[in-house]
Design a protein around this ligand. Structure first.
Ligand code: SAH
Ligand code: SF4
Length: 340
């Protein structure tokens, strides 16, 4: 068992108040600390200049401020994407990506180190599963990237390493903190799942205000099973029923993500099949041309991608296409992986 030091970001306000009390500090210090951490994104206790020096010293010696340690950064502040490599308190590696496009600055965060879901086309799957991240470790990615970003973060997507719904409690807690303490609108926070049906129902029942994306990636169980083994326990018809339930409870559309893989799910027949499958489901579709990794899969030619999207233009649902940023530094969707 590793010796874990709890970080400030894993403590509740009342736990922090107890510590302040122990150090004979006034409780208004909590607001000052929260302001430094969640609005000013400070890196060190010593930066909190309106706290008494002796209190800073006591806090510094007893509580870690940031649970993650940055060990590498690829790309420049002027690039459209920058990738950050962090070490967790259990010494596992995770990656987070900062992306800029016009007035939008998006942070793509990890919910686990590695992933156990084992989708055949995804680089993270090759790492296997290492650990669930704590709430603080998830939130810290947003804080540390905010500190490094010249523009304010406008969107957060849980689309980095890991399956968010296999770390449901911490993911929901962290999304609430990003919303309430960092102040990002709930509709600007998207959770992407490979399709854990039971948790889609839970998210609807708990009336969580965040956006939901589901990685569908195929128009039939037959094709989906080949690339996503999770289909065996979470078949497409169950995913669709869950999407309908989600809409009935929240009046919000699920976005189905669909990674286009050459000769697997990208021909005209698949496009027509997809329309038939989703035509009565309240949803949107987001097409992601495959970002190649060291695998058997290839991105289809532009002609095939355009043709697929053109066929979907006639569908009753809205289709968008996502060209991942940062593929030159392996920071695109599904390219995050650390091989020791
Ligand atoms: N585990 C979650 C979130 C992380 S993956 C999920 O699977 O939804 C985020 C998105 O990237 C998913 O839609 C996934 O299907 C897609 N993806 C995975 N590998 C990819 C790759 N190499 N190229 C493009 N998209 C990929
Ligand atoms: Fe895990 Fe998502 Fe990659 Fe599948 S696509 S292995 S669920 S991170």
């Amino acid at each position: 068992m590793k010796n874990k030091v709890k970080s400030l970001l894993d403590l509740s306000d009342s736990e922090i108040c107890e510590i302040l009390n122990k150090y004979d500090a006034d409780s208004y210090r909590l607001n000052q600390i929260n302001d430094w951490v969640y609005s000013k994104y400070v890196k060190k206790w010593q930066n909190m200049v309106n706290l008494p020096k002796d209190l800073i010293n006591k806090l510094e010696s007893s509580i870690t401020l940031h649970p993650l340690k940055e060990i590498n950064c690829s790309g420049l502040g002027s690039d459209t994407a920058q990738k950050f490599l962090f070490l967790t308190s259990q010494n596992n590696k995770i990656e987070s990506v900062l992306m800029r496009e016009g007035s939008r600055t998006t942070v793509c965060i990890s919910s686990q180190s590695g992933c156990a879901v084992d989708c055949d086309f995804c680089a993270t799957a090759l790492m296997g599963f290492k650990q669930n991240l704590s709430t603080g470790e998830i939130v810290d990615q947003v804080l540390q990237l905010s500190n490094r970003s010249s523009s304010k973060i406008t969107n957060v997507v849980f689309m980095g390493m890991g399956e968010p719904f296999l770390n449901y409690k911490k993911v929901v807690e962290s999304a609430k903190i990003i919303n309430e303490k960092i102040g990002l609108g709930a509709r600007r926070i998207t959770i992407s799942t490979s399709g854990i049906v039971s948790k889609i129902y839970l998210m609807a029942d708990e009336r969580l205000p965040f956006k939901l994306a589901v990685s569908l990636n195929a128009p039939s169980d037959e094709i989906r099973k080949e690339i996503m083994p999770i289909t065996i326990t979470n078949p497409i018809n169950e995913l669709l029923k869950a999407a309908v339930y989600y809409y009935s409870k929240l009046r919000r559309f699920v976005t189905f993500e669909y990674v286009l893989l050459d000769n697997v799910n990208s021909d005209e027949q698949c496009a027509h099949h997809l329309i038939k499958l989703l035509k009565n489901i309240p949803c949107k579709v987001n097409i992601i041309p495959y970002n190649e990794i060291d695998s058997q899969y290839k991105r289809p030619k532009s002609k095939v991608i355009n043709n697929f999207v053109r066929i979907l233009d006639d569908a009753p649902f809205t289709t968008t296409i996502r060209w991942s940023k940062g593929t030159n530094i392996d920071a695109g969707c599904g390219q995050l992986a650390i091989r020791d």
